[in-house]
Design a protein around this ligand. Sequence first.
Ligand code: UDP
Ligand code: MG
Length: 346
Amino acid sequence: MNWKVSVVIPCYNEATNLRVLYDALIDVLAPFGWHYELIFVDDGSRDGTLTELERLHNLDPSVHFLSFSRNFGHQPALKAGLDAATGDCVISMDADMQHPPALIPQLVQKWQEGYDVVYTRRLEDKRLPLRKRLTSRFFYRVMNNLSDMEIEEGTADFRLLDRTVVNVLQQLPERDLFMRGLVKWVGFKQFCIDYEPAERFSGVSKYSFGKMFVFALNGITSFSVKPLRLAMLIGFALSLVGFGYGVFAFVSYFFTNWNASGWTSVIMGVLFIGGLQLVMLGIIGEYIGKLFMQAKQRPSYIVQKTSMSHPASEAPRKIVTEALGRQQSVTRRIRSGKNNPQPVDE
Ligand code: UDP
Ligand code: MG
């Protein structure tokens, strides 16, 4: 078996989980005799994460790390790992043991059967606080209704990607990354595996309610302009109502002797329409903000320190379809065990 598996793990203040995760991963990967590399991405942690990673790297050269200059966020950390990975397939997972390493052989098996994306779906975890379960369900509902992308509930960033898909993702110039949407968007042959989530081994969740909200907003606005359309429709409906009320006021003033004393209704109307206009402006502003951030062309992350000889970098902005096709056929051949170095010209 000549192929190589990369495992990418974003870590933000996860020092106390790293050793346990490393041991669990080695237990799973070593018996298969695969080549593998573990790429830990330290997302500007302020605990001993980097020290722990350096220790693991000195212990085992298959452990690599990238350390960001500050906290850039989970999604940029994932992207950096994908950019740096050299494997024929790349598995991404969390550092807190909530994504069971024991599932990895199943992911790889499906990949060997020819799937390009093997993603996982978390079965509902009754131990999670009700607030987290409800916000998660609400997020997927809103996301699926407001964007053009159907994302299944419970799909987190625990998945396997074939090298072809990684190359495509690497070449997307998106700055606001929403990986689970992008992976769905790129297509390819996908397979889903359900799993029972485990409890976080130690430490606390890094996704506060505020972070979740920004993440959800990003997911929705990254994939669709439906909110803009919705804003226009609401504006249109309200102006129809306003016009109708205008006709009513006109008729009652000139043709009846009924004059409404309407201070309350006027104030309510002004406040309601005023609030609605601010929301609409906010929606438009969100998209303009995205354009602004994208136009600046800043990288999504900055690597300060790494154990890799070829530090992660975001790829040049061109999709080389020919090269991709070539890569794919080479990968397929390796996977099916026929790794004879013939020229590939199909
Ligand atoms: N993470 C990260 N940067 C951040 C927040 C989180 O790299 O700014 C990592 C974190 O270390 C973990 C994964 O992303 O490996 C998922 O985060 P967490 O477990 O806190 O989220 P939850 O499982 O509670 O949704
Ligand atoms: Mg977690």
